[in-house]
Design a protein around this ligand. Structure first.
Ligand code: DGJ
Length: 730
């Protein structure tokens, strides 16, 4: 332990006001969530809101509310059990070792550890009849107002128990009105927001897809208290269940208009057996709380993610040229060598070889064969991957590779040799998704295989510098022959799959801690903070039309910092290349075009813009993001990024509507996050023709002016995207 830091371990830290009453506050810088026991020692959630100055006041809060518990659909339990007094939606359902299905949880004790502004509070609850223990964990990043919470369920009974439902979190709020924004979609239209006022009953956001869990619905949400969510005002909670499989988040308004949020693994076909002595740790619910709207909530979450969660979250990122849309499956060594040269020529850091490089008996010339056979295709790549890595080295760029190691085509040697390694019903015909099936990662042999795919690439080619990890299939016909052979219930399949995948990623990171990896899922089917412990970035969507991307990146930005988002310039959309590059420069920039097909002017512009990106990427990747103008409320969008000491910023503004309006930004857009006492020069960069913009000559303004009057980027139908660099003048 670092002796320069203080570690405080307080057991029985709760404030006890009288023998029958224990108060447990979970406090961040600005907020607190408070639990209190009753005369029977049950634990209730009695307060959520602004932190009170005197902790002793928390004892009085619940007395101000009249919510008679004879109204049977009410429960502010800290973790609501089922089968006894509770008639509302439970957080926990247990079938005990003797078959009994009733559970009660009483407070036992609480402990808190604190180190460097991060605290972990553990509240232990016990069933007075059965030897069942539940530990509620609250990890708090005090200054960031970010909380991560999870539960651990321990079976100390005489025999096996079954968990029917095992939520991560059970929150309770007493405000008058609640607005929920959830993010649903479909392929190419991922993360689309809907805001609605919650009314009595349960609104459920869930996934049952198994692998590409986020494709249709996502585990991300914004709860706004009293009013619809605003960017710069109002109490909001921006949260996510960090679980890469089936999830279920229930927003339950009771008859007194209180809100309960129960979030966790989806119990659908997932009753989970715990042997005597075993414990189950649920995934985490992570949330940021803000009294100044979604802008601050996102910034708190971004800071947390970069410093405490995302792999190498404060590190650098490589720009890249991807060959997917330039070649699809149709390439050979010569073509790839050309693309590698183009990577260097245009000024990008890395060449990424996508799908289609493998499979011999069943060559991967289309998406219907070869997946699973991870040997170089001898026709396309007679000299192997090693040759391409060397070509990249010769050209002074790095080399990255695409894999999809969890999946298999039936037309593959892997499937023919190991049909039992695949998730499928033994007696039913197979059902494919993009011509493929999912490998059974509950099976340790399959875990070894998937680890081996990555290990083999790095062992043979230690200089491979980047991996794009794709996942294009959902789990149909959920059945594991491995679980069957081991006598384990099939209802473990969804959970054990995800845990098996985490185990593989853990092994990969142990051996290869630093190599950047992109999480991709046939578009944006995967992105969560459990995955991002192992991945440096993710692919938000196969939809790279830049107008669509403005909306997509805007929506993802509520939850994820720009450094995690891969944004590529492609042939999608009819907008000029400047517009495409400017949009992609709001994240981790990449190109997925045939550079040879760019006109001379487009190539020259791209080279300059990549150089500019390298100059300001520090602001985008490591700075603080401010959403200035929403494309949902305007025919334009504007976002800016400011560095830590407020000496430099970059502001992006775009036309985001196709409707004809001659001059789109009639008014200035107010900047945010600058120092009002500083002076800044503002100048336009990324001009298609050098010297042609209306803001090319730097103009000096005070921070005060820029934040209170603002600046007009002069967006019009002829000037659809504008990048302004803001530099402190001393
Ligand atoms: C889906 C991904 O989203 C694409 O970028 C590409 O890698 C293809 N898969 C390859 O099959």
């Amino acid at each position: 332990m670092n002796i320069r830091t203080t570690l405080v371990i307080i057991c029985f830290l709760a404030i006890s006001f009288c023998e029958s009453q224990t108060i447990i506050p979970i406090e961040t810088k600005d907020f607190s969530m408070v639990f209190k026991t009753d005369a029977q020692n049950r634990l209730w959630n009695v307060y959520f809101g602004k932190k009170l100055k005197n902790q002793s006041d928390y004892a009085e809060v619940d007395k101000q509310y009249y919510f008679p518990d004879a109204n049977a659909g009410i429960s502010n339990s800290a973790y609501t059990p089922s089968g006894t007094w509770n008639l509302s939606e439970p957080a926990l359902m247990v079938k005990h070792h003797d078959g009994n299905r009733s559970t009660e949880l009483l407070f036992h004790d609480v402990s808190k550890e604190e180190l460097d502004g991060i605290s972990v509070t553990k509240i232990k609850l016990l069933d007075p009849v059965y030897n069942l223990k539940v530990v509620l964990n609250y990890k708090v990043w005090h200054d960031l107002n970010v909380v991560e919470q999870w539960a651990e369920i321990v079976n100390n009974e005489k025999g096996k128990i079954e968990l029917g439902k095992y939520a991560s979190a059970n929150l309770f709020f007493t405000n008058k009105d609640f607005y929920l924004t959830h993010f649903q979609g479909e392929y190419l239209r991922e993360m689309m927001p809907t805001e609605e006022k919650l009314t009595q009953g349960i609104k459920t956001v869930e996934s049952k897809l198994g692998t590409r869990a986020m494709l249709l619905g996502t585990p991300n949400f914004i709860v706004s208290f009293e009013n619809p969510a605003q960017e710069d005002s109002g109490l909001v909670m921006v949260g996510q269940l960090a679980w890469s499989g089936n999830f279920k988040i229930e927003f339950d308004i009771d008859s007194n208009k209180n809100l309960r949020v129960i979030a966790g693994i989806n119990p659908y076909e997932s009753s989970y057996g715990l042997q005597k002595g075993e414990r189950f740790k649920t995934p985490s619910l992570i949330y940021s709380i803000s009294k100044s709207g979604t802008g601050l909530a996102s910034r708190q979450l971004h800071s947390w993610a970069k410093s405490h969660r995302v792999l190498n979250g404060n590190g650098d990122r490589l720009t890249l040229l991807n060959n997917w849309e330039a070649t699809y499956f149709d390439f050979n060594e010569n073509k790839l060598s050309e693309l590698i040269k183009n990577t260097k020529n245009i000024g990008l850091d890395l060449f990424l070889l996508d799908d289609g490089w493998f499979g011999n008996k069943y060559p991967r010339n289309n998406d219907d064969a070869g997946l699973g056979d991870w040997q170089e295709n001898k026709k396309k790549l007679p000299s192997g991957l090693g040759y391409l890595v060397k070509e990249a080295e010769k050209n002074d760029v790095k080399f990255g590779i695409w894999i999809e190691p969890e999946m298999v085509n039936p037309e593959s040697e892997l499937f023919k040799n190991h049909p039992d390694w695949v998730i499928k019903q033994p007696e039913r015909s197979i059902k494919l998704y993009r011509n493929q099936m999912v490998l059974d990662l509950t099976n340790p042999d399959v875990q070894d295989f998937v680890f081996g795919v990555v290990d083999d690439i790095f062992t043979k080619n230690p200089k491979v510098a980047f991996v794009k990890w794709d996942c294009n299939a959902v789990i149909y016909n959920a059945y594991s022959s491995y679980l069957e052979d081991k006598g384990i219930s099939q209802t473990h399949i969804y959970v054990d799959y995800v845990q098996g995948l985490y185990r593989v990623l853990e092994r990969i990171r142990k051996k290869y801690p630093d190599v950047p990896m992109m999480l991709c899922s046939g578009g944006g089917g995967r992105a969560d903070y459990e995955f991002l412990k192992y991945f440096t970035e993710f692919w938000p969507s196969d939809n790279t039309d830049p107008i669509e991307r403005i909306f997509l990146q805007w929506n993802y930005s509520y939850f994820f910092p720009a450094i995690t988002m891969d944004c590529h310039v492609t042939n999608w959309g009819k907008q000029p290349i400047k517009y495409k590059v400017d949009v992609a420069s709001m994240g981790k920039l990449g190109f997925d075009v045939d550079v040879d097909h760019l006109s001379k002017e487009e190539l020259e512009f791209s080279k300059r813009a990549i150089k500019n990106y390298n100059g300001f990427k520090n602001l985008v990747l490591h700075g603080t993001q401010y959403r200035l103008a929403s494309p949902y409320q305007n025919p334009f969008a504007s976002v800016m990024y400011v560095n830590e000491n407020k000496s430099q910023a970059v502001m992006f503004s775009f036309l985001s509507s196709n409707r004809f309006i001659e001059r789109i930004t009639k008014r200035p857009i107010k900047l945010k996050g600058l120092n009002s006492d500083k002076k800044y020069s503002v100048r336009e960069i990324n001009l298609f023709q050098e010297g042609e913009g209306s803001l090319v000559n730097p103009v000096v303004y005070s921070g005060d002016f820029l934040m209170n009057v603002g600046i007009n980027p002069e967006i019009s139908v002829k000037r659809t995207s504008v990048v302004l660099l803001v530099d402190e003048v001393k």
